[in-house]
Design a binder for this molecule. Sequence first.
Ligand code: NAD
Length: 428
Amino acid sequence: MSDVPIMKLDGRTVLVTGGAGFIGSHLVDALQNCRVRILDDLSTGRTANLASACQRPDVSLIRGDIRDRECVAKALDGVDAIFHLACRGVRHSIGNPLENHEVNATGTLVLLSEARRAGVQRFLHVSSSEVYGTARQVPMDEDHPTFPETVYGASKLAGECCARAFHRTYGFPSIIVRPFNNFGPRSHHEGDSGEVIPRFVVWALNGRAPIIFGDGTQTRDFIYVEDTAFWLIRAAECDDLIGQTINLGSGEETAIGTLAEMVCQEVAKTRILPEYRPPRPGDVQRHRADVSRARKLLDFRPRFSLAAGISRVAQYFRERPESAAALLDQMQPVNWTDASPARADEASLPAPKRGALIPITIPFLGKEEEEAITAVVRTGWVSQGPRVAEFERIVADYCGVQEAWPCRVVRLPCTCRCSSSGSLPETK
Ligand SMILES: NC(=O)c1ccc[n+]([C@@H]2O[C@H](COP(=O)([O-])OP(=O)(O)OC[C@H]3O[C@@H](n4cnc5c(N)ncnc54)[C@H](O)[C@@H]3O)[C@@H](O)[C@H]2O)c1
């Protein structure tokens, strides 16, 4: 290992795409001796994740989209190395396959192409164990077949294929890393980004039963996020990894049912029986990494056990400014079907001509709208969430009219609008 040639990143300028996200922000924290530029559209990332990083004068954040060539070109000015983490997640892909592919696959291609033009010396592509799909044999080494179950897995595979192709075609110095399931502070519990460990923690903090999709026998290989950040840097520095692919995992598998018990014991100090629901679409059944290649080339050894990591996640959520109940409110029991299927994808389709059929049967209601409607019923006041306003605008554009209102019964919104403007429905 000591003989492996390396390109030290110390003192260099490094771009981290997705650096305001869960893993990206830990990576930024670990890149202590570099000038770090972050490119993030803050779609799922949070500036709060960068609270300590932003104290450093050598860290800067550019809010922008990796699909935007101009913005990427500016972000790349003077950059020596890239860690590419920006992506939309696995559950997002179930309701928004087109957008998911555009960011994860096309966005990666845009970045590669601009990085090559800018003469970047190292491109570390953060892929995912989801490219494998369910294990055909365990442990899964890097030559395990890739049959992703979801569009997320497929788009991550497309991204890594492009990174590999850039190396083979142009000699571009790309490296592909496939992390397995990450967990740790700053992991998402909310929305469609919500991951299993933080969700179990938040339920347990509220004394609630963890919800398991499927029978709980499905397994994952969990790696603590600070380990991932540390080994991503070592991987980027390793010249022998150029054009190569490596796994980063613990090498152990844990059943989701067992994980639920571990979290409940750690957080609630008692056993809470889980609630079982039908399996999530596209859920992989089994994952366990073979990390021999990382061991051989990097002397890879994870430092944190699953139990120690769970305790740190629990501590992180206990210290958050929100109450346990408020954290629970930010989660939906099912965190993929509420993603308003096809909203973003439909919006990106060419608008049909005036009078054409519009997709009015697509359920556009998200959690905010459900909550807003419930609030209206309770208070008697008229209210609506931002997604309804967005929906109204899209439908109005489709139809070429000034305004559109979503409703099951037309009379109610008409009456509201007309009375608020001082005219009766009959006169409109
Ligand atoms: N979390 C895991 O368990 C895990 C496992 C394996 C691989 N990965 C990979 O690690 C990377 C980071 O994942 P994470 O868990 O930190 O997710 P995350 O959602 O916390 O981070 C992704 C970041 O990318 C940003 N982003 C999304 N679309 C963007 C766009 N179009 N332009 C610019 N920025 C954009 C988001 O705002 C966010 O900050 C991803 O590439 C993911 O595929 C994650």
